[in-house]
Ligand binder design. Structure first.
Ligand code: GSH
Length: 226
């Protein structure tokens, strides 16, 4: 019997990616909250580091036949879920070129956008260089705008009703949370019509709704939506 657990945090965009993946695939999972701020950040505990040495969320734990597979990094989680559950909805196209394009898009967000605005990056800037809120905001806006500009160019060429054609791919799972974060940091998004159209479309889909940061067990009361 397969058992899945996801260690994650409601507002984390990388967690949001993994939650959408599990919802799109219709794979039930146990929600294990890891609070990124309480107690100095639960992601820094020795217990959590034993699961994920990078100390980031999400981490997926897959138990089956007495075996326990533990996977960190949202991209690795998405690929693992496709391969471990081949009957479920597939997030990556089989065609090698199409798959590479989807991964290129995801990495534009994961490696070249998200990483610059990650909590530990901002904490480091503040602690070691005395960066003010204003300077951190400027930094975040610069990297998010650069990343989204590249993504928008790819969508001009490849999108349909979703990022790549008319089927959900991992690209949509990475884009929607990045836009949630961009809105949180008040990044202007008017220059990205393709992105806005796709995110609006995704937002009307059940799997994306269920995975939304404001509908999770660890969402604070004042942020909850129905
Ligand atoms: N590239 C990783 C990033 C994981 C990550 O760092 N997630 C953030 C939350 S969005 C985190 O846990 N930050 C905690 C910290 O920086 O201390 C992934 O895609 O899973």
């Amino acid at each position: 019997m397969d058992k899945l657990a996801l260690y994650n945090y409601f507002r984390s965009s990388t967690s949001y990616r993994a939650r959408i993946a599990l919802e799109v695939k219709k794979l039930p999972f146990d929600y294990k909250p890891i609070h990124l701020l309480n107690n100095g950040g639960e992601q820094h505990s020795a217990e959590y580091h034993a699961l994920n040495p990078m100390g980031g969320v999400p981490t997926l734990v897959h138990e089956m036949n007495g075996k326990k597979n533990v996977i960190g990094q949202s991209m690795a989680i998405c690929e693992y879920l496709d391969e471990a559950f081949p009957q479920s909805y597939q997030l990556f196209p089989k065609d090698p070129y199409k798959k590479a394009l989807v991964k290129q898009f995801c990495e534009n967000i994961n490696a070249d956008t998200h990483a610059y605005g990650n909590l530990r990056t901002l904490q480091y800037l503040e602690k070691n260089f005395g960066a003010t809120e204003e300077q951190k905001t400027k930094w975040i806006h610069y990297f998010i705008t650069a990343g989204l500009t590249a993504c928008e160019k790819m969508l001009e060429k490849h999108s349909g009703s979703f990022c790549f054609g008319d089927e959900i791919t991992a690209a949509d799972l990475f884009l929607v949370p990045q836009i949630f974060t961009s809105q949180r940091f008040k990044v202007p998004l008017e220059a990205f019509p393709y992105i806005n159209k796709i995110v609006n479309h995704c937002s009307s889909i059940d799997a994306f709704k269920k995975a939304h940061p404001f509908r999770q067990v660890d969402t604070p009361e004042d942020l909850r939506i129905s």
